[in-house]
Design a protein around this ligand. Structure first.
Ligand SMILES: NC(=O)c1ccc[n+]([C@@H]2O[C@H](COP(=O)([O-])OP(=O)(O)OC[C@H]3O[C@@H](n4cnc5c(N)ncnc54)[C@H](O)[C@@H]3O)[C@@H](O)[C@H]2O)c1
Length: 330
C-alpha cells in the first residue's frame, strides 16, 4: 500500500514511523502547504514532497492517505481523496460539524473507498488492557467513569489555528475532550443520552481552554469528564468503576485493577507505547481496506463530534440536553 501523509506538523513523526514499521506499506508522499515542514517529515523516507494535496492526488503515487491537517480541512481533503479513489484515514476529530461528518461518509461511500478516523485511544496499550479486563467479566458491569485530562491552551503553546473557532471548531473540548469522550463511550459501552457541560475561556482565548462534561449513557453508565489547562499537576487518568472493582488507567503508569483493597497491575506502561498505538492504528486502517471490520466505526467518530458540539450548546444555554438517536433536544 502506497501511503501519503497530508499535513506534516506535530503528529507527523508518529504516522511516518508507523508506515516505516509496517510490512507491505510504503510512505510514498508527504504534503504540507509549508514545503519545508513537508521536507522535514519526509527526510530519510524516500517519499515525494508536495505542497498541494490535489497535485499529490493527481500524481497517482498514493493508494491511501492520512489526513493530518487543521480540523476544518478534514472534510474538503477527504472529499478530494475520495474523488481520486484514494482511501482515507483522518485524524480526530473527524470534522468540526456533524454535517461535515455526513458529507465525508457519503463521499467515501460513493467512491467505494475506506474511511477510518484516527481515534488513537483505542490502540493505546493501557486502554486496550482496560478493555480486556472489562470484557473478561471479572469485575462485573461498568457503572461509572471519571476521566480527567490536563492540556495547555495558553496562546503560543500550540499552532495558532487551534485558537480559531472556524478552523479548529472549538478549543480544549474538541481537541482533548474528544479523546475523553471517545474512550469513555468506548469503555463505558454505550451512546450518550443525556449531557450537561460547561466551558471556560481563559488567557483571552477565543476558544475554550477548559471544560467539564457530565454524561449518562444509554446503558445507565455515568461519565464525568474534566479538561483543565495548565494545572500544576499534569493528568491523563481514567477511573472505571465496576460492580466488583475499579480500573485505573494512566498512560504514564499503566492499568491497575483494585478489588476489595488490593491492587494488581495488569499493564505497565513502557516507552514506545504511543508509537505502538500509532503503528497499530495504521495497521488497522490497512486491514479495513482489506475488508476487516474497523476497530473504531465512523458512526462512533461522528457521535464524538456530535457530543462536543452538544457540550458547547449545553454550556451556552446553561442547561442539560437530551441526546436522542434522531438528534439533540434541550
Ligand atoms: N492522535 C493524537 O493523539 C493527536 C495528537 C495531536 C493532534 N492530533 C490531530 O492531528 C491533526 C494535526 O494536528 P497537529 O498537532 O499535527 O497540527 P500542526 O499544526 O502541528 O500541523 C498541521 C500541519 O498541517 C499543515 N497544513 C495546513 N493546511 C494544509 C493543507 N491544506 N494541506 C496540507 N497541509 C496543511 C500545516 O502547515 C501544519 O504543518 C489534528 O486533527 C489534531 O487534532 C492528534
Amino acid at each position: 500500500m502506497r501511503i501519503g501523509l497530508i499535513g506534516a506538523g506535530a503528529v507527523a513523526p508518529f504516522h511516518v514511523a508507523a508506515a516505516a514499521e509496517l510490512d507491505g506499506m510504503e510512505l510514498t508522499a508527504v504534503c504540507d502547504i509549508d514545503e519545508q515542514t513537508g521536507r522535514r517529515a519526509a527526510s530519510g523516507t524516500g517519499a515525494a514532497v508536495f505542497d498541494d494535496h490535489r497535485r499529490m492526488l493527481d500524481a497517482g503515487v498514493v493508494d491511501a492517505v492520512i489526513v493530518n491537517t487543521p480540523h476544518s480541512l478534514h472534510l474538503p481533503i477527504t472529499e478530494d481523496a475520495a474523488t481520486a479513489g484514494v482511501h482515507v484515514m483522518v485524524e480526530k476529530p473527524m470534522a468540526t460539524t456533524v454535517a461535515d461528518c455526513d458529507r465525508m461518509i457519503a463521499a467515501c461511500d460513493a467512491a467505494g473507498v475506506t474511511l477510518t478516523v484516527g481515534h488513537i485511544q483505542h490502540y493505546m496499550p493501557e486502554k486496550v488492557a482496560a478493555e480486556r479486563i472489562i470484557a473478561s467479566g471479572e469485575l462485573g458491569a461498568v457503572r461509572m467513569i471519571r476521566d480527567n485530562r490536563s492540556t495547555d491552551y495558553r496562546p503560543g503553546t500550540r499552532s495558532p489555528w487551534f485558537f480559531s473557532p472556524e478552523i479548529a471548531g472549538g478549543g480544549a473540548l474538541i481537541n482533548i475532550g474528544g479523546h475523553c469522550l471517545d474512550r469513555s463511550l468506548w469503555l463505558g459501552g454505550g451512546r450518550a443520552v443525556e449531557m450537561l457541560a460547561s466551558t471556560v475561556n481563559r488567557f483571552g482565548s477565543p476558544v475554550e481552554t477548559d471544560g467539564a462534561i457530565l454524561l449518562r449513557l444509554d446503558n445507565g453508565v455515568g461519565v464525568s469528564i474534566a479538561v483543565v489547562s495548565d494545572p500544576a499537576t499534569r493528568a491523563d487518568t481514567m477511573a472505571i468503576v465496576c460492580d466488583d472493582g475499579v480500573i485505573e488507567v494512566d498512560p504514564r503508569r499503566g492499568t491497575i485493577v483494585q478489588i476489595d483493597g488490593r491492587s494488581r497491575v495488569v499493564h505497565e506502561s513502557a516507552p514506545g507505547d504511543i508509537q505502538r498505538a500509532f503503528t497499530a492504528q495504521l495497521a488497522d486502517f490497512a486491514a479495513v481496506i482489506g475488508g476487516a471490520d474497523p476497530t473504531v466505526s465512523v458512526a462512533h467518530a461522528r457521535h464524538v463530534v456530535e457530543l462536543v458540539l452538544a457540550a458547547y450548546r449545553s454550556s451556552a444555554e446553561g442547561s442539560a440536553l437530551s441526546l436522542l438517536p434522531q438528534g439533540i433536544v434541550a
